[in-house]
Design a protein around this ligand. Structure first.
Ligand code: FES
Length: 97
């Protein structure tokens, strides 16, 4: 799995999403905000906050399962941010790119 760490304004976030190919995901930085972005097989982008709703660790892309996984305590989120596995109870917030 690839992580994309891009600093800067929303302009560079948009250009950063070009690096994400269909079926892949990555975390992009916009100012203080980390955004978990994935592109589905149809080319559409899905963006949610990359901050885990449990204690705020940054989720990482799981290419095998196509989920966002938290490295801290094992929460797993779907592409739309909904919780697949706790301890997190709230979904990742949706984000406008
Ligand atoms: Fe993500 Fe605890 S901070 S599972």
């Amino acid at each position: 799995p690839k992580d994309f760490h891009k600093n800067g304004d929303s302009q560079s976030v948009v250009s950063g999403t070009r690096d994400i190919r269909p079926g892949e995901g990555g975390v992009i930085v916009r100012g203080e905000e980390k955004i978990a972005v994935c592109r589905d097989e149809d080319g559409a982008l899905h963006a949610v906050s990359a901050s885990c709703t449990h204690k705020g660790c940054t989720v990482t892309w799981n290419n095998a399962d196509r989920t966002w996984d938290c490295p801290c305590h094992g929460s797993i989120f779907a592409l739309d941010g909904s919780v697949i596995h706790g301890p997190a109870r709230k979904p990742l917030a949706s984000v406008e790119l």
